[in-house]
Design a protein around this ligand. Structure first.
Ligand code: HEC
Length: 179
């Protein structure tokens, strides 16, 4: 039998250890918990979800087809393409400086005599000053320049999405843009 002062000393040591952030006493109970455990778990699941999304995107890109391009193009127009700074698509988006892109797939082939919808879109994106839609300022930034900075494939997917807005989607991963 330990003398009472030794027992008291042991208990005090365990309580003290129990209160240090990095170590939780197995005698007194509870799993060892790192500091900010909840925040770490939350961040972990965020990174996992992001990694899963990246794998999903990589799979989509490996098997790229027209419907997938429309879907990815939509994400670009609604997000990092910054199009909604100036455009809307019907009730989606809030930009007003440029035309509402709703129905643009139907009118693109009619804008300039002899120019196909794909060629018109290519010009609208890469050389927006070549033709300025009546009633709007000559204010669009070419999409391959900062801050938009889209790649050729990004632009192809954007065009697939724009075609889907009232037109027929014809572009695929092999389509060459006439630039
Ligand atoms: C800084 C504002 C701005 C941004 C950002 C912008 N646009 Fe524009 N866009 C305009 C303006 C203004 C016009 C009309 C004048 C013109 O034809 O250049 C226009 C015209 C267009 C047209 C022709 C529409 C028609 O009815 O013929 C298309 C297509 C288009 N933009 C697509 C896009 C896409 C896709 C993005 C994003 C990748 C984008 N724009 C980003 C301002 C912008």
């Amino acid at each position: 039998m330990l003398p009472p002062f030794a027992i008291a000393g042991l208990v005090a040591t365990l309580v003290l250890l129990d209160h240090t952030a990095a170590y939780r006493s197995p005698f007194i109970g509870g799993e060892p918990r790192p500091p900010r455990a909840d925040a770490i778990v939350e961040l972990e699941s965020w990174y996992l979800a992001k990694a899963e999304e990246e794998v999903r995107l990589a799979e989509l890109l490996a098997n790229l087809d027209t419907p997938t391009m429309v879907d990815l193009g939509r994400q670009i127009v609604h997000g990092r393409g910054l199009c909604f700074n100036c455009h809307r698509v019907g009730a989606e988006g809030h930009g007003t400086q440029g035309p509402d892109l709703d129905g643009v797939g139907a009118r693109a082939g009619e804008r300039i005599a002899g120019m196909s919808d794909v060629d018109y879109f290519t010009q609208s994106l890469f050389a927006p000053h070549a033709f300025v839609v009546e009633g709007f300022p000559n204010a669009m930034t070419p999409v391959d320049e900062a801050p938009i900075s889209l790649s050729e494939l990004d632009a192809l997917m954007v065009i697939a999405y724009l075609q889907s807005l009232g037109g027929t989607t014809t572009v695929g991963p092999e389509t060459e843009l006439a630039r």
